[in-house]
Design a protein around this ligand. Structure first.
Ligand code: HAM
Length: 416
């Protein structure tokens, strides 16, 4: 084959696309109920936006970004995630002036130059949300409850909701010291990246995927044991409210996020059936990013769902072929013209109607109607045009009924 998709990229074709659209539609409906509005952000941004927020020593920034120079010599990057772009837009358009919480969602492709494997792509799609301007842990609970509602609405079961707190600027220094002390005797076993990270940002060692680093950090103290009073209280109230909202969760003190910007609440939803790439959605609080981007100090929290990870979990609907409401088999030239007009009139009434174009035998037209999953079929020939009556066949139970050749009659019969 001459031309193929690049490694780690994929085409999304029908019938899968209808599963994607169903998920997106469900999510949009739920976002509406929770007061989230859509925001569309560029796919490409200035590189420094990501370095600044995701963190210089993170795997994403160090190894995974699609970064290049544009024709004007600027360093630009295909967005590896949505939060940094969102915060750039939030500050640029002074969205903090709207009443808090300001709640936004986005859907679209993200790009990470990772080693492709099952459920891990270099271009992947996220549905993400960001809620800004409120520090109250009840908002954290509401955001997690909304994530649970979305995953529930698309029929996902047996998911693990894990939460933790990773502290704030106040408790982080104490934790960093304790972590460095723990890791100091094992430093020689770290990969070259983690040797550097030990001095620059030791927390990132907890996220390294190199086996020797995983082994040597085993037993390190979790950040949750070092929380300041404020973070501790925030986490307690979050748990109480998740209980109140009946969101099932467990606390995982070892939960590590791959992005530097998080503070306090962090969470991840996973499915054991996905193997090593088991996170279907993840997020957390980022209370310093707006400030760092030049806006007024403003807390934020959000999450992103990975589309390619939830699609394989929706097995039942995957094989259903969605077909037209009506398939018209015209016999002869006059019927082909009258049929075309009828098709247009019925489409204008909101029905999905297809007409056969290639003038083949009735048998092969019926075969086509079957293949495309048509719900109902009519044959339009000379007799039908003369008598203005037609038999409409239900392709499910094979029953036929006579109806008048009239647009409103069709609508009545098809819509039941
Ligand atoms: P993240 O954990 O990097 O967070 O990504 C969120 C989700 O995107 C993951 O749980 C996973 O389902 C999916 N994902 C990530 N990388 C890939 C990949 N290479 N292939 C397929 N799916 C992938 C964020 O991106 C944050 N911006 C989420 C957030 C929003 N935090 C606060 N607000």
């Amino acid at each position: 084959m001459k031309h193929k998709t690049l490694k780690g990229l994929q085409d999304i074709l029908p019938p899968d696309i209808s599963i994607w659209q169903n998920i997106e539609n469900n999510a949009r409906q739920i976002f509406k109920n929770y007061g989230y509005r859509e925001i569309r952000l560029p796919i490409i941004e200035s590189t420094d936006i990501f370095i600044r927020s995701i963190g210089e020593t993170s795997d994403i920034v160090e190894k995974e970004m699609y970064t290049f120079q544009d024709k004007g010599g600027r360093s630009v990057t295909l967005r590896p995630e949505g939060t940094a772009s969102f915060v750039r837009a939030y500050v640029e358009h002074h969205l903090y002036n709207e009443p808090a919480p300001q709640k936004y969602y986005y859907m679209g492709p993200m790009f990470r130059y990772e080693r492709p494997q099952a459920f891990r792509y270099r271009q992947f799609y996220q549905i993400g949300v960001e809620a800004m301007g409120i520090l109250d842990p009840k908002l954290d609970a509401e955001v997690i409850a909304m994530l649970s509602a979305i995953l529930d609405s698309i029929g996902l079961k047996e998911l693990n909701f894990e939460i933790t707190s990773i502290g704030c600027g106040k408790c982080r220094p104490g934790y960093t010291t304790a972590l460095k002390e723990f890791l100091s005797t094992r430093k020689s076993k770290f990969c070259a990246d983690c040797q550097r990270r030990y001095d620059l940002n030791p927390l990132r060692i907890l996220d390294c995927k190199v086996p020797s680093c995983i082994d040597s950090r085993h037993g390190s103290p979790p950040v949750i044991e070092f929380l300041c009073d404020e973070c501790q209280k925030h986490f307690e109230i979050l748990k109480q409210n998740l209980d109140l909202l009946l969101v099932p969760y467990s606390v995982n003190p070892n939960l590590v996020r791959g992005l530097d910007y998080y503070t306090k609440t962090a969470f991840e939803v996973s499915s054991e059936s996905l193997g090593s790439q088991k996170a279907v959605a993840a997020g957390g609080r980022y209370d310093n990013m707006v400030d760092e981007f030049g806006g007024p100090p403003t807390p934020g929290i959000g999450f992103a769902i990975g589309m390619e990870r939830i699609i394989p979990l929706i097995k039942d609907s995957a094989n259903k072929v969605e077909g037209p409401d009506l398939f018209i088999c015209p016999m002869g030239n006059e019927a082909a013209e009258k049929g075309l007009l009828l098709t247009e009139q019925l489409r204008a009434k909101g029905l999905w109607v297809e007409i056969n174009f290639d003038g083949t035998s009735l048998k092969s037209q019926m075969r086509k109607a079957n293949r495309i999953g048509a719900k109902k079929v009519i044959v339009l020939g000379e007799d039908e045009l003369k008598t203005k009556k037609v038999k409409i066949k239900d392709m499910n139970n094979r029953e036929e009924i006579d109806i008048i050749l009239d647009v409103n009659e069709f609508v009545k019969v098809i819509q039941g």
